[in-house]
Design a protein around this ligand. Sequence first.
Ligand code: ADP
Ligand code: MG
Length: 385
Amino acid sequence: MNGAAAAAVREEFRRVHGGEPDGVWAAPGRVNLIGEHTDYCDGFALPMALPQRTLVAARRRDDGLLRLHSAQGDGRTTELRVADLAPGGTGGWARYPAGVVWALRERGLDVGGADLHVSSTVPTGAGLSSSAALECAVAVAYDDLHGLGLDRPVLARVAQHAENAFAGVPCGIMDQMASVCCTAGHALHLDSRSLEVRQVPLDLTGHGLSLLVLDTRVQHDLADGAYAALRAGCERAAELLHVPALRELTEPDLPAALAALPPDLVPLVRHQVTENARVERTVDHLAAGEPEALGPVLTAGHASLRDDYRISCPETDLAVESAVAAGALGARMTGGGFGGSVIALVPAEAAAAVAAAVGDAFAAAGFTAPAVLEAVPSAGAERIG
Ligand code: ADP
Ligand code: MG
């Protein structure tokens, strides 16, 4: 599969840029099984890479120019001078790949220009991290092209810095860590403080299960402002509780912690603490070989995001409720919130019926039909050609 995919992107590169690329790299989108909005509180998450991924064919240039083209772009090639790259200076989709080159140079790495052609199967704006896939594909390409030898967490930090500081989009580290560190057949247990990772075997098919991704096709503008407010609220709570980050607290600490906080911070802290506990519970169920037991943990995670964190919306709530009513073992929104995608753990034989039931519920509510994918735990970023 890699060979054919790489050949197709090489062909597109030849058409766009002329001549051969030096290589082809790929980085996947992701879904997060559990552990939502915990990364900026130094907490835990359990993402997995999707088979959908972003490919980048790249060729070094010696003249300091960065020439960017995407099969999902506007058909034009964006040309930038590497030495002139500055935060806020580049708009549109090009700010993600350009941001990676800028972030590498910010680390003192003397990288120059390139011709890049991007082609992706990750849906954009669906909460499946097409932005991280794009950044990470460019980061691994540059790492190889310049023999930088950066380790995976450093590549993830570079990609995150590009998104935060250059593209101007606030995000934690989970998306980028998932894209560079995941491996096929596993979920990735991520400690967002140390960036230590553990590969957790995830054999859903072997247990007759399937993980559906229901893309609600909605993205509300609330997302960015709400993210900043939630993050600030968590930081204020940590300060009031005299801990470096909320991840320090565990469930036995909760009653005393909540009693010490102003009412507006109580639900935020409750979500953070119970969500980290749900990550550990999920890992325990997987280690015990009982993935079907994850269902109620996922649904409890959704309730916490809906009622405590308040980042759900009618579309994600309806997707969760209609999936569970139609036989899903559990379901929850995944990603930043206010739209995006829902994951549903379903017995494989019920997958089609659950997807159809969610579609019917959306039609009855007057919502746009959701897109359905199956999340098969796939490989992280790699060179493929
Ligand atoms: P998500 O990461 O959930 O898909 P974001 O809003 O963070 O949503 O990122 C989507 C943006 O990333 C797109 O609007 C576009 O600017 C950029 N992007 C992602 N993939 C591509 C691609 N293949 N080609 C061009 N731009 C892309
Ligand atoms: Mg994104």
